[in-house]
Ligand binder design. Structure first.
Ligand code: GDP
Ligand code: MG
Length: 179
């Protein structure tokens, strides 16, 4: 692996991205869907933080996205805020069937300002028990000048796209401006 950069003569990019939001909104499943194309119905609550690295190609450049999955519980707050350090992107996730998880989005937003932030309304496969409308999600994102997308980790809807939009935005803002 280590000789690769010289062989190809290209730069390497490593973007740290964090997944935040309340417990059980689907953060771990969004990550496993994106990184391994897997969904786990019985996923245990994440303890502390863990990350996965996924390589994405943007404008012909290989970008390593290091995505940190955090636990939403208050008792892990110390661990999670340490994990924000150095993050350039964030997906702030709520569950479209649980209004309380949407209401807490602003609190999560206050905790970090990264280059690219996207509000993600997950579980859009559960239309029949929807509790937050698409419009509400959109207007919150507009107010705060953020990207917005509804996803389903279960049905694999928009998961790839959501991560890629964030990664592309980071690339456009950080790497190209630096040139
Ligand atoms: P986390 O605590 O935010 O990491 O959430 P998890 O990924 O552990 O998911 C919490 C629960 O929601 C689990 O029972 C998942 O099976 C379920 N879940 C996650 N994503 C989806 C989704 O897109 N659709 C549906 N229907 N359930 C989901
Ligand atoms: Mg989790």
């Amino acid at each position: 692996m280590s000789g690769r950069e010289e062989e190809e003569g290209g730069e390497e990019y490593l973007f740290k991205i964090v997944l935040i939001g309340e417990s059980a909104v689907g953060k771990s499943n969004l990550l496993s869907r994106f990184a391994r194309n897997e969904f786990d119905n019985n996923s245990k609550a994440t303890i502390g933080v863990e990350f996965q690295t996924q390589v994405v190609e943007i404008h012909g450049k290989e970008i390593k996205a290091q995505i940190w999955d955090t636990a939403g519980q208050e008792r892990f707050r110390a661990v999670t805020s340490a994990c924000y350090r150095g993050a350039v992107g964030a997906l702030i996730v709520y569950d479209i069937t649980r209004r309380s998880s949407f209401d807490s989005i602003k609190r999560w937003l206050d905790e970090l300002s990264t280059v690219a932030r996207m509000v993600v309304g997950n579980k859009c496969d559960l239309e029949n028990i929807r509790d937050v409308s698409v419009e509400e999600g959109k207007s919150l994102a507009e107010e705060e000048d953020l990207f917005f997308m509804e996803t389903s980790a279960l049905e694999s809807t928009n998961v790839q796209t959501a991560f890629e939009v964030v990664i592309r935005e980071i690339y456009n803002n950080v790497c190209r401006k630096a040139l």
